[in-house]
Write a protein that binds this ligand. Structure first.
Ligand SMILES: [Cu+2]
Length: 319
């Protein structure tokens, strides 16, 4: 496939991704477009069949989190005390934004991960009147980190902006752990069932157990039984996924299974981070997962006559 055609297919794929997300209430994108809201009210006026920018992605189809500035909003670091991280979001008028909508109980979600996908943190800074957000340092040691601010300015679309933050000192890169379907954290075992495929909604089921027994009394955390962030290995493209069903909806059980509908923009390797709460404490389980090509490879291909020399990276030649 030549490059323009490939880009076109990629863009189309994203439109489908976010269209599904908005229409069905399954989220691939920022926290704002969440499964607990009624799509009609939460996203009134957003017709997923139009060319309107899908939540959290740039017109033209970039995944969220890759830009430090998007649609007039810019993420900037602010002077901070020792052992603290501070930042602001400036708006289209160049001034710090101070009005943010609540999303999943918070007006700002800050996700931090080292560039090698280690050291994941999901924290909730506090804003002072001048629009400066502060939080105890979420950085676990030396190295370069990506900090994602996931928020919705009042009156504007949800956004995820990302900025690199370097902590002085030598850091030893961690090789990405190999793909796995189980993860252990704090005495809990999590099992991942399901397979990510680009361009297609994948059902992922995460099951929580402890000491070999299913956990059936998970606690709501930020209005859900689980929060799943997926980061793409290589560029840290950001997807925030919420579960199918919400606490108190009469059909969603508090474990042991948490079901997500996720869609990733491309084939490739992703690191999944699941936040869940049990017995009053939030824990994060991590998995490496490889997304398959999905239906992308089933799309009609352009005529192959002249593409042989420039189609490296295409589906046919990438293995
Ligand atoms: Cu959060």
């Amino acid at each position: 496939m030549n490059t323009p055609a490939k880009l076109g297919a990629f863009t189309l794929g994203l439109a489908v991704v976010f269209g599904l997300a908005l229409g069905a209430g399954h989220v691939t994108g920022p926290i704002g477009a969440n499964a607990e809201e009624t799509p009609d009210t939460a996203h009134g006026g957003h017709d997923s069949t139009t060319a309107a920018a899908p939540a959290g992605s740039k017109p033209g189809g970039l995944p969220a989190g890759l830009l430090v500035s998007d649609r007039g909003y810019t993420l900037t670091k602010a002077p901070a005390e020792k052992d603290e991280f501070a930042f602001r979001v400036t708006g289209p008028d160049g001034r710090p934004v101070t009005a943010f909508d609540l999303e999943h109980d918070k007006r700002m979600h800050l996700i931090v991960v080292r560039r090698d996908l280690a050291g994941f943190q999901h924290v909730h800074p506090q804003m002072s009147d001048d629009g400066t957000w502060r939080v105890a340092s979420p950085f676990g040691g030396p190295g370069t980190y990506r900090a994602f601010a996931d928020f919705k300015p009042t009156g504007a679309d949800p956004l995820v902006l990302g900025i690199d933050v370097t902590q002085a000192g030598g850091a030893t890169p961690r090789p990405l752990p190999p793909p796995a379907t189980t993860a252990a954290v704090d005495g809990y075992t999590l099992t991942l069932d399901g397979r990510l495929e680009s361009g297609r909604t994948s059902k992922l089921t995460l099951s929580v157990s402890r000491d070999g027994k299913p956990v059936t009394d998970l606690q709501p955390y930020l209005a859900a039984y689980g929060h799943l962030v997926a980061l793409r290995d290589g560029d840290l493209a950001y997807l925030h996924v919420h579960p199918d069903g919400a606490p108190g909806d009469g059909r969603t059980r508090p474990g042991p299974d948490i079901t997500f509908f996720a869609e990733v923009p491309t084939a490739g390797t992703y690191r999944l981070y699941l936040d869940f709460q049990h017995e009053g404490k939030v824990r994060t389980a991590e998995f490496t997962a490889v997304a398959g090509d999905g239906p992308t490879s089933e799309r009609p291909q352009p005529r192959p006559s002249k593409s042989a020399s420039d189609d490296h990276g295409s589906d046919d030649h990438s293995h």
